[in-house]
Design a protein around this ligand. Structure first.
Ligand code: F3S
Length: 719
């Protein structure tokens, strides 16, 4: 009744205060003088102190105080090392590390996990001891995928979280503003500094009707991705509203917000729905479900709230969609998919089905998929290709086991992988198809860029719901439409699927599996392994510094050179020889010659990986000049002291040749919102110039001058 509840059962003394939320929102509404969207309410109740000036979407810089940080193991390594370098003893905000990205999927959970513990034991040990030492919670390997663990344990309506992974918006399914950031931004917040972002625009998605039959939450976001494209959400929050939302479970809403990342959106969010309270109770968090009652009225968009754009979807008319290949926004409704397969000459044979990942591994997803498997098994059918299942968490996997769902996957002969990303992040040791062989695969994941899942650039990866993957593995014809086509049985009879069915929540509570979590040490000083001394001498830092040298060998090796249309083949402009990108870059660095990357649209799309910014910087690059940037990558470049410039006139991109010499002039008077002149000298001596733009703030200009945000932070620490 007092509107307060613990942030989570792992932080019993830190409270969520819904009374304070319900008090603040009317004040904000008055200050802004207009109705507020739900996203604005949550964002602005997390402002760091009073915001003096007028807030304008698309331009005002907001300083925000997120309540939580989550890091996955691949990005946590760099983030923690940077945090250690800052010389601060404890994270200022509850922080967790999740070991999910490094477990390779191949033979099944037990064997794969043992392999990961062997190959990455040192990394896990480093992360575990650093967590104990610096007040972070540690979710062990096989505990689950970061976003599922956040959803099950930490996400709550009206909250704000940042995560060092681009699918952090998954928690938006529980009404949370959850933003994917680079490690350096996370380190700022760990250190007690605010998160700075530009006040986003708000795209509204109005949902009417209700989901039923074959249509699933994945089809909602597959359709939205098709409407917006991979850049259409840039600079915006996607906010869902309308009566249709009530027909979507909390985990279904999370699927939708998770994959909003594919549109470039800052995040996606649903306002409060009673499905969220049911999920809180099922995941053993009844206090939060009770506490939010006092703020229910404000956990919605105001009547008359304005959206910068509105997309309408009638869920009753929504049909399944299959997206791909090679990009998640190429969206085809199922009824037209068969024709598209033939017209585009996509490889007609389906060779693998993959279900799960952070996007689609909920109790509902897997029980609906299992309902189709039961129909097929009963008819005597078997999968016609390898089928892999990546459960999202130990908690959900144990619950599914208890309720007989995992048994169905076992009866199918599928490979149940660890509770980890596995093939979704390319950690798939695929042996059945040779590299270079054209083939099609279908996954319930969120991304399908060239080579992402199995490292084979010839693999055509398609994305759909878990139900669609399950039904389609019983026919190896990619064009098979399970909602209307039949499969011939050995008896000569024909089998046709009935629409999937499944419960959104288990009968009873989710299983308790808290043993997969290690709390921070209450006596941090005794955890000696990761003191700051270790950073500059031996120990973990040395190993990671080594990593940067090694990992730099993959810098831009997949990028296509405009000169010859080939990957990793550039002319070294000094020697005239053809070489790989990292070799040419190292040679320029040796000669003291700074270099730049000239790139097309959405440079840095698809990852929060900081190395993508650190590596060019380490190899002597000074600027990336692109037609446009993906948000997280642009932020990472700034933090690493690289200039991220965009062409004022996008056509200038086409005029630049790899053999040109570029001069970025006037950097001594670099200032926010001021253009920067780029002078180009062609090989034949012709000169021309163009303007570039940047989004650096005063503080970020200081990062550039200091060489990186970390350098600046270090220079400000008084010892
Ligand atoms: Fe893992 Fe999800 Fe990313 S499964 S790789 S966190 S897309």
């Amino acid at each position: 009744p007092n509107g307060r509840a613990p942030l989570s059962r792992f932080e019993p003394n830190d409270n969520v205060d819904y009374t304070a939320f319900a008090t603040k929102v009317p004040i904000l509404r008055k200050i802004l003088g207009r109705p507020l969207t739900y996203a604005e309410k949550v964002l602005l109740t997390h402002l760091d102190g009073e915001h003096g000036e007028k807030i304008t979407r698309g331009s005002t810089q907001l300083k925000l105080k997120p309540r939580r940080i989550a890091c996955q193991d691949a990005t946590a390594q760099m983030a923690i090392i940077q945090f250690m370098s800052a010389g601060i003893d404890r994270t200022a905000v509850p922080t967790t590390v999740h070991c999910d990205h490094l477990i390779v999927g191949r033979d099944g959970s037990q064997t794969d996990l043992a392999g990961a513990l062997k190959s990455h034991g040192e990394v896990y040990e480093f992360l575990s001891s650093a967590c104990k030492r610096y007040n972070m919670g540690f979710w062990k390997p096989n505990a689950g995928i970061i976003h599922q663990i956040v959803l099950e344990n930490y996400a709550y309506p009206g909250g704000m979280l940042i995560g060092t992974d681009s699918h952090t918006p998954n928690a938006g399914g529980m009404g949370m503003i959850a933003i994917g950031v680079g490690g350096a931004d996370a380190v700022d917040v760990m250190s007690g500094l605010p998160l700075e972002i530009t006040a986003p625009n708000v795209i509204g998605v109005k949902l009417t009707g209700q989901l039923s039959g074959w249509a699933s939450p994945k089809d909602v976001i597959n359709k939205v991705a098709g409407v917006l494209g991979v850049k259409g959400g840039t600079g915006s929050i996607i906010e869902y509203f309308g009566p249709g939302a009530a027909s979507i479970s909390a985990t279904g809403m999370a699927t939708i917000t998770n994959m909003g990342a594919e549109t470039g959106a800052t995040t996606s969010v649903f306002p409060y729905s009673d499905r969220m309270a049911s999920y809180l109770r099922a995941t053993r968090r009844p206090e939060l479900a009770d506490a939010l009652y006092v703020a229910k009225g404000e956990l919605q968009a105001d009547k008359g709230a304005e959206y910068d754009r509105i997309i309408e979807i009638d869920l009753s008319a929504l049909e399944p969609h299959i997206n791909g290949p090679f990009t998640p926004d190429l969206s085809t409704p199922l009824s037209r998919f068969g024709d598209a397969v033939h017209q585009n000459q996509w490889p007609a044979k389906l060779t693998a089905g993959l279900i799960g990942s952070c996007t689609n591994s909920s109790f509902e997803d897997l029980s609906r998929a299992a309902s189709l498997a039961r129909q097929a098994l009963k008819a005597g059918l078997k999968p016609q290709m390898p089928l892999f299942l990546s459960p999202g968490s130990q908690q959900t996997a144990q619950t599914l086991k208890r309720e007989g769902v995992v048994d169905v996957f076992d009866r199918l002969g599928s490979t149940v992988l660890s509770n980890a990303c596995g093939p979704c992040c390319g950690a798939w040791d695929r042996t059945d198809v040779e590299k270079g062989t054209k083939n099609s695969i279908l996954a319930s994941y969120n991304r399908n860029f060239t080579g992402r899942l199995d490292g084979n650039p010839a693999t055509h990866a398609f994305i759909s719901s878990p139900e669609m993957v399950m039904a389609k593995v019983f026919s190896n014809d990619l064009a098979f439409n399970p909602t209307k086509d039949s499969i011939k049985l050995e008896s000569g009879a024909y089998f046709r699927f009935q629409p999937p069915e499944g419960d959104s929540l288990p009968h009873g509570l989710y299983e308790e599996t808290d043993h997969v979590y290690d709390a921070p040490s209450t006596d941090a000083e005794t955890v000696g392994k990761c003191t700051t001394d270790h950073i500059t001498t031996a120990g973990p830092w040395m190993r990671f510094r080594g990593h940067l040298e090694n990992i730099s060998n993959n810098t831009l090796i997949g990028a296509i050179n405009a000169d010859n249309n080939e990957a990793n083949k550039v002319v070294n402009q000094v020697t005239g020889e053809l070489s790989g990108v990292p070799d040419a870059a190292r040679d320029y660095r040796r000669r003291g010659l700074p270099w730049v990357v000239v790139a097309d649209h959405n440079y840095g799309e698809g990852s929060s990986r900081e190395h993508a910014a650190l590596q060019p910087r380490y190899l002597g690059g000074v600027a990336i000049i692109a037609r446009s940037f993906a948000r997280i990558h642009e932020a990472n470049l700034k933090k690493q002291g690289m200039l991220a410039l965009t062409f004022a006139e996008p056509e200038a991109y086409d005029k630049i040749r790899p053999s040109d010499r570029l001069s970025i002039v006037g950097l001594d008077s670099l200032a926010p919102k001021q253009p920067i002149r780029l002078e180009v000298m062609q090989k034949d001596g012709t000169r021309w110039a163009t303007e570039t733009k940047h989004t650096l703030t005063d503080e970020q200009i200081e990062f550039f001058k200091a060489g990186s945000a970390l350098n600046l932070m270090a220079s400000r620490i008084v010892v």
